[in-house]
Design a protein around this ligand. Structure first.
Ligand SMILES: *Cc1c(COP(=O)(O)O)cnc(C)c1O
Length: 718
C-alpha cells in the first residue's frame, strides 16, 4: 500500500520511535499493558490527552521523551510491548491461518457506514458502529484477512448538551485530524490519494485515509476536500443526514467509491460483507468490473452474489433506506449501461413488494444480491424472515434464506482492566492462556474460584470510579461554563456510591422506552427515597438530531431528574460516548433494558455489562431471549401488545425491583458482603462472557459465511 502520511514527530527519539507506530494502531486500546507504556511517559499528559496517544506524543516536550529513552526500566517495558506488537502484526500463526488454509491471498472486504472503535474517532452513532468496531478488533485478534471501508466524518456524530429546559442541543465539533490516530494515504510523498468515483455524474471526489486496527486496515473516505463543490463536501461531513438525496450520495460514495478505492490500492476482495444496507452499492461496482472483463451481466451478478454476505440489523422501518427512481436516474444514468443492462432491469434490483412502486430499497437490493444473509439474534432472524418473506413468495417462512448470527462484544475492549486483573489471578494458574480462549465456556467455570469479597471489592471500586467521574465531570462544567446549578444536580452531582444503581444508556429512540420506569411516579418515588434501601438511576444517550420524539423523551427524564421529590437520585449524563459507556457498563449494579419487542434486534450494551458482573434486567427481546437462564439476571414483560402494554410491563418491572432486585442487593451478611448478589454477578459472567463475545460471533461468521463464500471465490478464480 502507498506511503502513509503523518507529521510532527521529529522530536520523538529514535530509540523509542516505535511509540509513534503504536499510537497509530488502535491495538494499544484493547491491551491494558500497552496503555501503560504511554501513561508511564507522563500520567498527567496522558489524562489531559483524554487517553489519546497521538495527541499526547504531539504535545509532550522533547525532554520528557529523552528522559524515557534513557530510563532502563522504561525501555525494558517498551521493548517487551514492541516485541508483542510486532508479533501480533504477523498473522501467520493466527487462529484463522492455522485452520483455513485454502488460499493464501484471499481478502474479505467489510463495509460499514459507522465504526465505534475508540472515543478519539467519533465515527459512530450507536450500536451498529460498536458492532462494526468490535468486528474489526476481533478479526485482528483471530488473524482474518479482512480490510474495512468506512467514512472519515469531519464532524462525526453530534456532541450533546442538555439545555436548562431539558432540550438536547447539538454541539458541532470538528475532528482534529492531526490529533487523531488516522493517517493520510499518500500516492507520492507530498500528496494525499484522491480518487474520482467512477462513472457517477455529477462527479464526486474522495480523499483516502487509513486507521490501523491491529492487523486490520480501515480505509476511510473523505469528500470534505477542495476538489468537490460545497454540496459534495457535505457527503462525509457528518453521520446520517436527514436529507434523503444526500444520503443517496453518501451510499454511492461508500459502496461504489469504497470498492473503487480498494481497487486503486491494489486490493481485490475475494468476498464482500455488507454491514447493513448502506454500503450495498458495492455490489454494483463489483459487477461492473466483471462486465468490463467481458462477463455477461447474468454471470457477473451470479458470481458477485455468491461472494457477498449481508447482515441486516433492525426491524425499525427508518433503518431501511429507500431512494426514489428519479434520484436513482439522476446519479446512475451513465452507470447502469456499463453493467450491460437497461434501466428497468437496473431499478428492479431494488424493488420490494413491501414498498409502493417507484422506490429503490437498499435492504431488498442487498438481500437479493447476496447469498449469505443474517439477522443479529435468533429472534431477529425470525423477525427478518417474516419481514422479508414477500421477496421469496414461493418459499415457506422457515425456508426464507435469512439465518442469524447473534452479536457479541469484543471482550478485551469491554472487560474492565481491574476485573481482568482479578480474573487473571484466579484463572491463570490453571489456564495461563485463558484470555485467548475466552469463547470457551469452560474458562468461565473458574469464576466460582474467586472469593465473593474480592469480586465485590472490585465492583464497588468500579462503582465509586463511575460516581466520582460523573460528579467531577459536572463540577468541571459548573466551574468552567457556569452551568446552572440545577443542571449540576440533574447531571448526577447527588449520586451516592452506596445506593443500588440502575444504568440505562443507549440511543434515545422511542421504541427503547427510556421513560418506562416513570410510569407510576409514586411507586418509583417510594423506591428511590427509601431511606435504608435507596435506588438511583443513571441515564445517558443521544437522540438523533432529527428525532423530536427522542428529544422529548430526554426532556421528560431531565425534568424528572429535576424533581426534588425524586431526591437527586435520577441523573442524566450528557454526551454519551465510548468513554462514558465504559464507565457505566463497568460501574452500575444493574443494566436496565426495556424496548418494545421485537424492535431490539439484538442489543449489545447489556452484554458489556453482564461480562463485568452487572446483571441484566430486561424485557425478553434480542440477545436476552438466548441468554436468560432464570439465574443470571432478570426478565420481565411478556410480549403483551395491547394498549396497556407499557403499564403492564412497568408493573412487572416494579414488582421485580421491589420483591427481588432491591432485597437481594441489600441482603448483606455479617462479613459485610451481599453473597447472594455476588452469586448472581458470577452467574451473569459465567453464562454470558463466552457466548456473547465477538470471538464466538466471528467464528460463526467464518464457519457459516466467510469460509463458504471464500470457497466460491476460489472457484471463480480458476
Ligand atoms: C454498546 C454501545 C451502544 C449500543 O447499545 P445497545 O444496547 O445495543 O443499544 C451504544 N452506544 C455506546 C456508546 C455503546 O458503547
Amino acid at each position: 500500500m502507498a506511503d502513509l502520511g503523518r507529521k510532527g514527530f521529529s522530536h520523538v527519539p529514535e530509540r523509542i520511535s516505535g511509540l509513534v507506530d503504536l499510537a497509530y494502531n488502535l491495538w494499544w486500546s484493547w491491551n491494558p499493558a500497552v496503555k501503560l507504556v504511554f501513561k508511564q511517559l507522563n500520567p498527567t499528559a496522558w489524562s489531559e490527552s483524554v487517553h489519546n496517544p497521538v495527541r499526547m506524543l504531539h504535545e509532550l516536550p522533547e525532554e520528557t521523551l529523552l528522559a524515557a529513552a534513557h530510563n532502563p526500566q522504561y525501555l525494558r517495558h517498551y521493548d517487551i510491548v514492541m516485541s508483542r506488537f510486532r508479533h501480533e502484526l504477523d498473522a501467520k500463526n493466527s487462529w484463522f491461518a492455522s485452520r483455513y488454509t485454502h488460499d493464501r491471498d484471499l481478502t474479505i472486504a467489510y463495509f460499514s457506514a459507522e465504526y465505534g472503535l475508540q472515543h478519539s474517532l467519533p465515527f459512530y452513532a450507536g450500536g451498529l458502529g460498536f458492532l462494526a468496531g468490535d468486528h474489526l478488533k476481533e478479526s485482528s485478534d483471530l488473524g482474518l484477512p479482512l480490510v474495512a471501508v468506512g467514512f472519515m466524518y469531519s464532524e462525526g456524530y453530534l456532541h450533546q448538551h442538555i439545555g436548562p429546559d431539558g432540550w438536547q442541543e447539538n454541539i458541532r465539533e470538528l475532528l482534529n485530524r492531526d490529533a487523531a490516530p488516522i493517517k493520510r494515504v499518500m500516492y507520492n510523498h507530498d500528496n494525499q490519494l484522491v480518487v474520482k468515483i467512477p462513472f457517477i455524474d455529477p462527479p464526486i471526489y474522495v480523499a483516502v485515509w487509513r486507521v490501523d486496527v491491529g492487523n486490520i486496515p480501515l480505509i476511510l473516505l473523505d469528500t470534505d476536500i477542495q476538489n468537490n463543490d460545497p454540496q459534495n463536501r457535505l457527503i462525509s461531513y457528518r453521520l446520517y443526514t436527514g436529507d434523503n438525496e444526500l444520503r443517496l450520495r453518501q451510499e454511492i460514495v461508500l459502496g461504489i467509491g469504497g470498492s473503487y478505492v480498494l481497487d486503486v490500492l491494489g486490493i481485490r476482495p475475494s468476498i464482500v460483507h455488507l454491514n447493513e444496507g448502506h454500503p450495498a452499492f458495492a455490489v454494483l461496482e463489483r459487477i461492473r468490473e466483471q462486465v468490463a472483463d467481458k462477463l455477461t451481466f447474468t454471470e457477473a451478478a451470479r458470481r458477485v452474489r455468491e461472494t457477498t454476505l449481508f447482515t441486516t440489523h433492525t426491524p425499525v422501518p427508518a433503518g431501511h433506506d429507500k431512494f426514489s427512481h428519479a434520484h436513482m436516474d439522476k446519479y446512475f444514468s451513465s452507470y447502469y449501461p456499463l453493467l450491460g443492462i437497461d434501466r428497468a432491469t437496473f431499478l428492479k434490483m431494488g424493488d420490494s413488494p413491501t414498498d409502493p412502486p417507484g422506490l429503490f430499497n437498499m435492504t431488498a437490493f442487498a438481500l437479493k444480491m447476496s447469498s449469505f444473509r443474517n439477522g443479529v439474534s435468533r429472534k431477529h432472524g425470525e423477525v427478518a424472515r417474516d419481514m422479508w418473506k414477500p421477496l421469496w413468495p414461493d418459499l415457506a417462512e422457515d425456508d426464507i434464506p435469512i439465518t442469524h448470527i447473534t452479536n457479541g462484544v469484543h471482550v478485551p475492549t469491554w472487560l474492565d482492566p481491574k476485573m481482568e486483573t482479578l480474573l487473571n489471578r484466579y484463572f491463570s494458574p490453571s489456564c495461563p492462556q485463558w484470555l485467548d480462549q475466552h469463547d470457551s465456556p469452560l474458562i468461565w467455570e473458574m469464576i466460582s474460584e474467586i472469593p465473593d469479597e474480592e469480586l465485590w471489592l472490585v465492583h464497588t471500586q468500579l462503582k465509586r470510579k463511575l460516581v466520582n467521574r460523573i460528579r467531577e465531570f459536572k463540577r468541571r462544567k459548573w466551574v468552567g461554563e457556569g452551568t446552572d446549578p440545577v443542571n449540576v444536580i440533574t447531571g448526577g452531582a447527588l449520586l451516592d456510591p452506596n445506593a443500588l444503581t440502575i444504568g440505562f444508556a443507549r440511543r434515545f429512540s422511542t421504541y427503547k422506552r427510556a421513560d418506562l420506569i416513570f410510569s407510576d411516579l409514586e411507586r418509583l418515588k417510594k423506591m428511590v427515597n427509601n431511606r435504608w434501601q435507596p435506588v438511583q438511576i443513571v441515564f445517558a444517550g443521544k437522540a438523533h438530531p432529527a428525532d423530536d420524539d427522542g428529544k422529548r423523551l430526554i426532556q421528560r427524564i431531565y425534568q424528572y431528574a429535576h424533581q426534588q421529590d425524586l431526591g437527586g437520585r435520577i441523573a442524566f449524563v450528557e454526551d454519551y460516548g465510548e468513554q462514558m459507556a465504559q464507565y457505566l457498563v463497568h460501574g452500575v449494579d444493574v443494566w436496565l433494558n426495556n424496548p418494545v419487542p421485537p424492535m431490539e434486534a439484538c442489543g449489545t450494551s447489556g452484554m458489556k455489562a453482564s461480562l463485568n458482573g452487572v446483571p441484566h434486567l430486561s424485557i425478553p427481546d434480542g440477545w436476552w431471549i438466548e441468554a436468560f437462564n432464570g439465574m443470571n439476571g432478570w426478565s420481565f414483560g411478556n410480549n403483551n401488545h395491547g394498549p396497556d402494554r407499557d403499564r403492564h410491563d412497568a408493573g412487572q418491572l416494579y414488582e421485580l425491583l421491589e420483591r427481588e432486585v432491591i432485597p437481594l442487593y441489600y441482603t448483606v451478611e455479617d462479613d459485610g458482603i451481599p453473597h447472594m448478589w455476588v452469586k448472581k454477578m458470577k452467574e451473569a459472567i459465567r453464562t454470558t462472557a463466552h457466548q456473547f463475545s465477538a470471538r464466538r460471533m466471528l467464528k460463526d461468521y467464518v464457519r457459516m459465511g466467510y469460509d463458504p463464500a471464500l470457497r466460491n471465490a476460489a472457484q471463480y478464480r480458476k
